[in-house]
Write a protein that binds this ligand. Structure first.
Ligand code: AMP
Length: 310
């Protein structure tokens, strides 16, 4: 099974209480692909500039990620500057230099047409809709977005939401999108906008999945929300990419399974938490570059024990 992801491949400059890094490899598609590649094959569509080196690309290809869909354009790569100094659970954006990302027009290589799973990472909803329409045969579409698109591009975002099987957003985004302050009410309103399943990430507190009655995984057997924990860590070095790594673990595991059952979906929520917890242990993508399947499975076991009632 293959996942096609479209999104940012970037350089990030980040400050956290643990220190500072400058222009390290990042981007939503990068974190997603590195996390998902532990479970299934991943193809990336994005754009980078002349500052993106073969060594940067090797970080992805060393983990088996197909980078043929990453376009190389004249100019500089997308550069995001953020700080977690005030609040480790929420990034404060200090700068967004779009650079080559400003004129990004996703082009899907012919060889990617047989991808079964599509992940629309956080980019302009117009581009998300375009990629979705060019991949009519996918089995499942999962997407992400952020406050910027909810605030200023809502009409375009609403069009994409109609196309999604699963939407993955955080607490604040769910409340902002729905105009509700109560999570359950917010979730129900968001699912009325299109997604059949809504996964709300709560940062260090885990994630909750909400299912609407059009849900495609054993509709009648899944109606109550399902909450998966996050692993309490004694040290969060850099939260950047936690959400995208969650998405990669979640979707990568789903795509690796022969059938989508409620039990598989619940495990996928745990694998999301596992990958998010690894991502934050080091700056940038460093931890995801060396992770092994044994480490992932051992941590999955920890997550099971954390929430087991016996
Ligand atoms: P998260 O998983 O939410 O922490 O996502 C962090 C990643 O999102 C960083 O590596 C950034 O490069 C990327 N990012 C930040 N702002 C944007 C944006 N406006 N569009 C696309 N990607 C972004």
């Amino acid at each position: 099974m293959s996942i096609l992801v479209v999104g940012s491949v970037a350089f990030d400059s980040v400050e956290t209480p643990h220190g500072k890094v400058d222009h390290v490899l990042g981007g939503a598609a990068t974190y997603f692909a590195l996390a998902a590649s532990n479970f299934t094959s991943v193809r990336v569509i994005g754009v980078v500039g002349e500052d993106f080196t073969p060594a940067n690309e090797k970080v992805l290809t060393d983990r088996g990620v197909d980078t043929a869909g990453i376009e190389h354009a004249p100019g500089l790569s997308f550069h995001w500057t953020g700080s977690y100094v005030q609040n480790l659970n929420e990034a404060k954006t200090l700068g967004t230099d779009l650079n080559v990302f400003a004129a990004f027009q996703p082009k899907i290589p012919a060889a990617y047409q047989d991808s079964e799973y599509l992940f629309l990472a956080n980019i302009d909803p117009v581009l998300q809709a375009q990629v979705r329409s060019e991949m009519p045969k996918v089995k499942m579409v999962c997407g992400d977005t952020m406050n910027y698109w909810i605030a200023d591009h809502k009409a375009n975002l609403l069009k994409v939401l109609k196309e999604l099987d699963v939407l993955l957003i955080n607490d604040g985004e769910a409340k902002m999108l729905s105009g509700e302050t109560n999570l359950l009410r917010a979730a129900n309103k968001v699912m009325e906008m299109g997604p059949k399943i809504l996964v709300v990430k709560h940062g260090e507190y885990g994630a909750t999945a909400f299912f609407c009655d059009r849900s495609f995984i054993g509709a009648s057997s899944v109606s109550l929300p399902f909450r998966a924990p996050a692993l309490p860590l004694d040290e969060v070095v850099d939260p950047t990419g936690a959400g995208d790594s969650f998405a990669g673990g979640f979707y990568g595991y789903l795509a690796s399974q022969p059938e989508l059952t409620p039990a598989v979906f619940r495990s996928a929520m745990f694998y999301g938490g596992v990958m998010g917890s690894f991502a934050v242990e080091k700056f940038g993508t460093e931890r995801l570059q060396t992770i092994t399947r044994e480490e992932i499975d051992a941590r999955f076991q920890l997550f099971r024990e954390l929430s087991h009632l016996a």
